[in-house]
Design a protein around this ligand. Structure first.
Ligand code: HEC
Length: 113
């Protein structure tokens, strides 16, 4: 009996963790964007994009390293590409155009290389 309840609490614990992960990520989809040639760079695009639309709420995106630590999350919240268009972020204020969201997806793909 003791073993059964232990197993049950391990199982319900992992379901809880999975639900938490889903809520935190807002349910966006991977855009499956690819890095074009020439590549879209931090200096040429990323820095300005994040300064215009994100850093007033997310100070962690003020550096390229900070962005690199969240590539998949950012893609699923704000980028556009063959896999879909995600518009959860920015949640208020000035919004990027669809073309800018597409460039964001490509930029994030370049940052992964
Ligand atoms: C007006 C403030 C605001 C702006 C501007 C904003 N965000 Fe957010 N963002 C939030 C808040 C608050 C949360 C956490 C609550 C939520 O998920 O809704 C969040 C959550 C996120 C998450 C989810 C983190 C996770 O746990 O997965 C990502 C990714 C994100 N934002 C990216 C962006 C990007 C990229 C931009 C710019 C295009 C942006 N945000 C602009 C306020 C903002």
């Amino acid at each position: 009996m003791k073993t059964m309840s232990k197993i049950r609490s391990i199982v319900s614990g992992s379901i809880f963790a999975a639900m938490l992960a889903l809520t935190a990520c807002g349910g966006g989809t991977a855009t499956n964007s690819t890095c074009p040639t020439p590549a879209i760079t931090y200096a040429g695009f990323g820095q300005t994009f994040f300064a215009n639309y994100c850093t007033r709420c997310h100070s962690e995106y003020k550096t390229e390293e900070g962005i690199k630590a969240h590539l998949d999350d950012i893609d699923a919240e704000a980028a556009s590409g063959p896999g879909g268009t995600n518009t959860s972020m920015p949640e208020s204020g000035a919004k990027p155009s669809d073309a800018e969201r597409m460039m964001l997806g490509q930029f994030l793909a370049c940052e992964k290389l």
